[in-house]
Design a protein around this ligand. Structure first.
Ligand code: SAM
Length: 287
C-alpha cells in the first residue's frame, strides 16, 4: 500500500507502519491502549476493579483497550519494533502510559535498544478526585521520550524552544529557565477541541503542541499509530508539519478527519518568548 502524507488511515497501525520505508519518519507520538478495560462490559463502566491495579482508571471500557497481559506484551513488542524501524536516526518517539502499561513499554524499549532520553511526568492538576478514599488521587500520566538508539544520539531537540517557549498554563515552567521533566498541563479541552465530538482518552492539544515544538521542525513528518480523535495530527498540522495517522475505529477516523479539515496548516507555530525582553522580576516563584 502506498501511504500518503496528511491522511488518517482506518487500519491497524502495525500493518500500516509495515508499508512505510525504513528511516522515513521524523516524529512518532504514540498514545497506545493502556489495557485498562479488562474484565468489564464495553462502554463507560466505573464498576470494574482491575486485578492488582484499580484506581480511577476503570472508566474507559473499550474493546480496543482489553488484552490478556501476554497478548499486550506481544502487541507492544510488535508495534514498537515497527516504530523503531521507520523512525529516522534524527527522530524522536514519545509514548504515553500509566503505571498499568508503562513498565511493559519501558522494558520493550530497552530490549529493542531504543534509548529513553527522558521520562516526563504529565501532571494533571485538575484530575478527578478519588471517590473511594482508599488511595491517593491519581494525577499524572507518564511519557517516555525516546530515540531509535544509535550511539551518536542524532535526535533533534529544540533547546531554545524548551527554554524560551511560551507555556502559559504551566505553573512549573519558568520563562527563560530549562524545562524540567514535570509538565503541568491541565487536561481540560477547549470548545474547538470538542467541536466535532469526544474521544474517551483524548489528549489536550497544548500537551501535543509542546511535543511537536520540542522535537520536530516545520515540514517534518509526524506519525501517530493510535490516532483516536486526531489530536496528534491536529497539533502537527497547525505547527506546519506533515502527518500520518492510523486508527481502527470508524467513528474516530471520522472525528479526526473533521477536526483536521477545520485545522489550518501552520496557523500555530510554536511560540517563543523574546528572552531579551523578559524582566526576571516579573517571574518570581509562584506559590
Ligand atoms: C489512547 S487512544 C488515543 C487517543 C488520542 N491520543 C486522542 O487524543 O484522541 C488509542 C486509540 O488507538 C486505537 N487503536 C487501538 N488499537 C489500534 C491498532 N492496533 N491500530 C490502530 N489504532 C488502534 C483505539 O481505537 C483508540 O482510538
Amino acid at each position: 500500500m502506498a501511504v500518503e502524507l496528511n491522511h488518517v488511515y482506518k487500519m491497524d497501525c502495525i500493518e500500516g507502519m509495515t508499508s512505510l520505508p525504513d528511516n522515513s519518519v521524523d516524529l512518532i507520538i504514540a498514545d497506545p491502549p493502556y489495557n485498562l478495560s479488562k474484565g468489564g462490559n464495553w462502554s463507560w463502566d466505573n464498576s470494574v476493579v482491575l486485578k492488582g491495579l484499580g484506581g480511577n482508571w476503570n472508566k474507559v471500557m473499550e474493546s480496543w483497550d482489553a488484552m490478556p497481559l501476554e497478548e499486550y506484551w506481544k502487541f507492544t513488542l510488535a508495534w514498537i519494533s515497527e516504530a523503531k524501524r521507520i523512525l529516522k536516526p534524527s527522530g524522536s518517539m514519545w509514548i504515553f502510559g500509566t503505571y498499568h502499561n508503562i513498565g511493559i513499554i519501558n522494558v520493550v524499549c530497552q530490549m529493542l535498544e531504543i534509548e529513553i532520553i527522558n521520562e516526563v511526568v504529565w501532571f494533571k492538576r485538575n484530575s478527578f478526585p478519588n471517590l473511594s478514599g482508599r488511595r491517593l488521587t491519581a494525577s499524572h500520566e507518564t511519557l517516555l521520550w525516546c530515540h531509535s538508539g544509535g550511539k551518536k544520539r542524532q535526535y533533534y531537540f529544540d533547546y531554545d524552544y524548551s527554554k524560551n517557549g511560551v507555556f502559559e498554563s504551566d505553573l512549573i515552567k519558568k520563562p527563560g529557565k530549562q524545562m524540567r521533566t514535570v509538565w503541568d498541563v491541565p487536561n481540560n479541552k477547549t470548545k474547538v477541541e470538542l467541536k466535532f465530538g469526544k474521544h474517551p482518552t483524548q489528549k489536550p492539544l497544548r500537551l501535543l503542541e509542546r511535543i511537536v515544538g520540542l522535537t520536530s521542525k516545520e515540514g517534518d513528518l509526524m506519525l501517530t499509530p493510535f490516532c483516536g480523535s486526531g489530536s496528534e495530527c491536529v497539533a502537527a498540522k497547525i505547527a506546519g508539519r506533515d502527518y500520518i495517522g492510523f486508527e481502527i475505529e470508524d467513528e474516530y477516523v471520522e472525528l479526526a478527519e473533521k477536526r483536521l479539515e477545520n485545522a489550518e496548516r501552520g496557523s500555530k507555530l510554536p511560540p517563543k518568548e523574546d528572552s531579551s525582553r523578559i524582566n526576571p522580576t516579573l517571574f518570581q516563584e509562584r506559590k
